[in-house]
Design a protein around this ligand. Sequence first.
Ligand code: ASP
Length: 451
Amino acid sequence: MSSDKKMSLTVKVLLGMALGIAVGLGLNLSGLISNSFVDTYLVNGLFHMVGKMFVNALKMLVVPLVFFSLICGVCGIGDVRMLGRVGGKSFALYMMTTAVAIATAILIAVTFGIGQGMNIETAAEFSGKESPPLTQVFIDIIPKNPISAMANGDMLPIIFFSILLGISMLMLGKKAKSFVEGAEIANEIMMKMVNIVMSVAPYAVFALIAKAVATLGLDLLASLAGYVLVLVGALMFHLFITLMITLKVFSGLSPAMFLKKIRNVQVFAFSTASSNATIPVTMRTVTQRFGVNNSVASFTVPFGATINMDGTAIMQGVATVFIANVYGVELGISGYLTVILMSVLASIGTAGVPGVGLIMLSMVFTQVGLPVEGIGLILGVDRLMDMIRTAVNVSGDATVSSIVAKSEGKLDLSIYNDPDAGMVDIDEELDIDDSVEAEMAAAIQGTKSRD
Ligand code: ASP
């Protein structure tokens, strides 16, 4: 298997992204986007359809993948007490990085004084949504009905149920062995499905990004340049400085290798604007490219996608300062501390799906007495900001997964340090061996004739 071939999917995905940006910008700047044919059949027709189909395919994988890999993770852990430690460490690190993220964001935004002297002219209406109280968030971790939790894709109750199921299998011992083996095979099958879906990623990423960029209000972007620049700057600061220092200090792992290997996951997060939909790709990368053992990754990745939102918290910090300045509201230290606390707590109860950050923001605003309709000001640029902050969110999930795995002796350094480890070779991945086909057919025939 040549290294060139192994490179091809990553390169193709990046190419799809670059081409998507180019085509999207072309359509937007040339004004072609206002042509009803281009709009109806190309951007909101073909691009929309291809992109949505791909996001659906990713979402389709999330629940079974998390379910089976968690069962395997719990049964393969070797020591159930480790579960508690992994849970405690990852929870603490997720909360800590989110708190640091929003605190730095507020500091940067206050330093630049964004929004001062701006005219209040809300571009769009925004009315906030009520979020469930924190007590309810904890209550809902335990599913009344695991099937409905799975049907709704509610990550925390699915994690709870799968861990309990795995522990029960361990308690049952030998009797449950074939069930555990079945889960292992199912997990491998799901990973294979991830590869199949990823094989069309370059085209899907192109469609998703071309549509997003084509419909972007570029004039809006310019009028909100202060907000956008400070927000993107704070996101980059968190990704390249805070997270990488955290990785180095807590695990000693190489940040350069991390940044090289995380690119694929970031592109998926950027195109889908959903940490949840990116779970299959994050899981695959963290286990096969970083060398994190499934017993850690099966928990930390879906857990992180749900409760860890560093990028979202950064947006909330910057948006709070921006809108407080626009409306001339003085928040003061206690106001900002409330914002930090609220935003960290809000991240626990909200899933990683597109646009959820704005809903969390409305809760924060209500708490500190800022006008919720102020969110209308930043609504127009939020999709693009959502794409960027989701890439930061998933990078945080992978950082914490690597740190926790390293601290538990569950990270294979030879995989982490090998730049080519776990690359997808699509030709090889999607190949079906003729002899396997014949064997399967014969096995099925055998079962039928026995019937
Ligand atoms: N789209 C983000 C995520 O999935 C959440 C948000 O900031 O809206 O992580």
